[in-house]
Ligand binder design. Structure first.
Ligand code: NAD
Length: 370
C-alpha cells in the first residue's frame, strides 16, 4: 500500500457532511483498489464548531489544517448563527483558514459536461465543451484592505469605507500561478482589472506584463477590463482559457462563469498557497456551493462538486493526474448514463439520492479498471 498523504476533512454544516460522505467512498476505493492510502483526520468547522466550542474554528483545527497535506472542506452556514457578530459567523471559520494557510490563489474551473450542456441558460453551442479556469486572488484586495469600516459623521450621517490595495509581490505570485496553469492547458492567460479607472488596475497590468516578459513569454497574454470580461463571458465564453484577476472581480466573474455550467452542484474549487522549500503548497479543496439548508438532511444534495474538488486535490496536491482524470471520467460517464440528482434532473433521466450518486461514481471507477 502506497501512503500518499494526510488529509484533514472538514465537512461543516448542512449538506457538507452529506457530500463529504461520498468523498470517503472514493478515498476508500483508492485505498482498496489502487493501493493509494490517504490518512484522514476529521474535525468541526463553521456552525457545528460554534455549537461545540463557541468559535467557528478552534486553534487545534487550524493546527491540524497546517499539518495536513491538503484540507478537504464541505460547506458552512447555519441560519441560527446569521445574527451573530461578524467574528462569530460560521463563514469566519473558512475565512480564517484561508488567511492562516495564506491561500492566495483560488482556482475556479467552469466546465460543461456534454450531458449537461442543455442545462445552461446559454445556447448549447456557446457552452458545449466549455473548459475555462478563473484564477482569483483570495487574500488581498478590497475585502481586506485598510482602512475599512463604517463611521458616523458630525451631521449624523454615516460613511462606509473599503480599500482596494495590492502590492507587486501579491500580483506576481498570483500571475505566476496563472501562467504555470496555462502551460498545462491551452497556454493562454487573460489578465483582468480596471486599469482605466483604478490605480491598483494600472499596477496590476504593469506587473503582469513585466512578469510575462521575464519568464512566461511562451504563454499568450491578453489584458481585459473587468466589465468587458463580464460581457465576454456571457457572449463568447469559449474564447478564454485561464482568467487571472483580483479578489473582488474574481468573486463576481467566477459566479457568472459558474452559471454557464447550469448548476451550483457541479462546481469545484481549489485554493493554493505559496510553495514551501520542497515545492509543496498548502491547499484547500471545496465545492463552490454553500450549506444549502433548504435541502439539508434530505439526501438531495449533488455530491459531484465535492467529488470534482477532490479530483482537483489528486491533481494539484498529489500529482495524481491519471487518478484525477479517472474520477472526472467516471463522473462524466455517470452523467452520460442519465443518472441525476434533483438539481440537474432532466426529462427522461433517472433521479437518484446523494448516496446513490456517490455509489454510481464508485461503480464507474470499478468499471474503469476492468
Ligand atoms: P447555497 O449554495 O447553500 O444554496 C443555494 C441554492 O443552491 C439552494 O437552493 C441550494 O439547495 C442549492 N444547492 C447548493 N448546493 C447544492 C448541491 N450540492 N446540490 C443541490 N443543490 C444545491 O447558498 P445560500 O443558500 O446562499 O447559502 C446557504 C448557507 O451557506 C448560508 O449560511 C451561506 O452563508 C453559506 N455559504 C457557505 C459557503 C461555503 O461554505 N463556502 C458558500 C456559500 C454560502
Amino acid at each position: 500500500m502506497n501512503q500518499v498523504g494526510n488529509l484533514l476533512l472538514l465537512p461543516g454544516d448542512g449538506i457538507g457532511p452529506e457530500v463529504m460522505g461520498e468523498v470517503r467512498k472514493v478515498v476508500g476505493w483508492l485505498g482498496d483498489r489502487q493501493g493509494l492510502k490517504f490518512e484522514c483526520e476529521e474535525d468541526l468547522a463553521g456552525g457545528c464548531a460554534l455549537d461545540a466550542h463557541g468559535v467557528p474554528m478552534t486553534e487545534d483545527t487550524v493546527k491540524l489544517a497546517k499539518d495536513a497535506d491538503a484540507v478537504v472542506f464541505g460547506a458552512v452556514g447555519v441560519a441560527k448563527h446569521d445574527a451573530n457578530p461578524f467574528h462569530l459567523k460560521p463563514e469566519q471559520g473558512l475565512l480564517r483558514l484561508r488567511k492562516e494557510l495564506d491561500l492566495f490563489a483560488n482556482l475556479r474551473p467552469a466546465m460543461v459536461f456534454p450531458a449537461l450542456a442543455e442545462a445552461s441558460t446559454l445556447k448549447t453551442e456557446l457552452v458545449e465543451g466549455l473548459d475555462i479556469l478563473i484564477l482569483r486572488e483570495l487574500t488581498g484586495g478590497v475585502y481586506f484592505g485598510e482602512p475599512r469600516g463604517i463611521e458616523t459623521l458630525a451631521d449624523g450621517t454615516e460613511r462606509g469605507v473599503d480599500t482596494q490595495v495590492y502590492t507587486t509581490p501579491e500580483i506576481e505570485r498570483l500571475a505566476s500561478v496563472g501562467f504555470e496553469l496555462a502551460r498545462k492547458r491551452r497556454n493562454h492567460v487573460t489578465s483582468v482589472e480596471k486599469a482605466n479607472v483604478m490605480h491598483t488596475g494600472v499596477l496590476w497590468r504593469r506587473t503582469v506584463t513585466a512578469l510575462h516578459k521575464k519568464g512566461y513569454e511562451d504563454v499568450e497574454l491578453a489584458h481585459m477590463y473587468a466589465d468587458n470580461c463580464a460581457m465576454q463571458l456571457i457572449r463568447r465564453p469559449k474564447q478564454f482559457d485561464v482568467i487571472v484577476t483580483d479578489n473582488l472581480f474574481g468573486d463576481l466573474l467566477s459566479d457568472a462563469a459558474a452559471m454557464l455550467t447550469g448548476s451550483l452542484g457541479m462546481l469545484p474549487s481549489a485554493s493554493l498557497g505559496a510553495p514551501d522549500a520542497i515545492g509543496k503548497r498548502k491547499a484547500l479543496y471545496e465545492p463552490v456551493h454553500g450549506s444549502a439548508p433548504d435541502i439539508a438532511g434530505e439526501g438531495k444534495a449533488n455530491p459531484l462538486a465535492m467529488l470534482l474538488s477532490f479530483a482537483m486535490m489528486l491533481r494539484y496536491s498529489f500529482d495524481l493526474g491519471a487518478e484525477a482524470d479517472r474520477l472526472e471520467k467516471a463522473i462524466a460517464t455517470v452523467l452520460d448514463k442519465g443518472i441525476r440528482t434533483a438539481d440537474i434532473m432532466q426529462d427522461g433521466k433517472t433521479l437518484v439520492s446523494t448516496e446513490a450518486m456517490g455509489k454510481a461514481v464508485v461503480a464507474e471507477l470499478d468499471r474503469s479498471l476492468s
